[in-house]
Design a protein around this ligand. Structure first.
Ligand SMILES: N[C@@H](CCC(=O)N[C@@H](CS)C(=O)NCC(=O)O)C(=O)O
Length: 235
């Protein structure tokens, strides 16, 4: 019998969304394992960094959304999510890296530094982690940890304007890459689309979503992806 695939997962994680969309696009059945406080020790045994997503397939443990995507590509080659042509492959890898690093950094800053997002940030993160009694404390500790991390990188509420400008530039760059195409690499969604979509879809949960509405080409690409049945199933 084939092993059931387990995805250690969190609802407000763009990297988990990226992994779920890849699984859905490949048509591979899997079970989500939401990471609660009670499962943190189990998660750390699988991934000492304590981060999600983690995919478990039989005895194999695959940590990190990019490695999960490549594991799936090797195991389930069709439909291909990574181009085979070397130039297109390199381009797709750069887009994925940009989405995972640059976009993630800015959206997470909006989430944790903007007081207007604070309630949604805490609720979206802690509601599946723990029961009502512990939520205020866990929320408080999370906000403090994230704000300290961003302060160490030189970002506070006062730098949100500069981060908004950076996001505008990134969204404009994405519109340039789309250049009238339905998806980044042509006629169907691939991993490059999935990676950028996951971060911008996450942005859609916070007030800075208004930045997306300023660029119709990107807004339409997001809507096109969200309407694709495998993507919709992962949301
Ligand atoms: N490079 C990793 C990043 C994963 C990551 O940052 N996960 C976050 C959720 S979005 C996490 O688990 N954070 C919990 C922590 O760092 O304690 C990937 O692509 O999967």
């Amino acid at each position: 019998m084939l092993d059931e695939l387990l995805l250690y997962d969190a609802s407000d994680s763009p990297f988990c969304l990226k992994a779920r969309i890849c699984l859905q696009l490949k048509g591979v059945p899997f079970r989500r394992v939401p990471v609660t406080l009670g499962r943190l020790r189990e998660l750390r045994r699988l991934n000492p960094l304590g981060q999600v997503p983690v995919l478990v397939q039989g005895t194999e443990v695959i940590v990190d959304s990019s490695r999960i995507a490549r594991h799936l590509e090797a195991r389930y080659p069709e439909p291909a999510l990574i181009p085979r042509d070397p130039t297109a492959r390199a381009y797709a890898a750069l887009v994925e890296e940009w989405a995972d690093e640059a976009l993630y950094f800015i959206v997470a800053a909006f989430k944790w530094l903007n007081p207007v997002n604070r309630r949604a940030a805490v609720e979206n993160t802690v509601s599946e982690m723990t029961g009502a009694a512990l939520r205020p404390l866990v929320g408080h500790l999370l906000v403090r940890r994230e704000r300290r991390r961003y302060a160490a990188w030189g970002h506070t509420e006062a730098t949100l304007g500069a981060l908004e400008e950076r996001m505008r530039e990134n969204v404009a760059a994405l519109a340039g890459l789309l250049d009238g195409r339905p998806y980044l690499l042509g006629r169907r969604p691939m991993l490059a689309d999935v990676a950028a979509f996951a971060q911008l879809c996450w942005l859609g949960r916070y007030v800075e979503r208004r930045l997306l509405a300023e660029t119709p080409a990107v807004q339409q690409w997001l809507e096109r992806l969200a309407a694709a049945p495998p993507v919709a199933a992962a949301l």
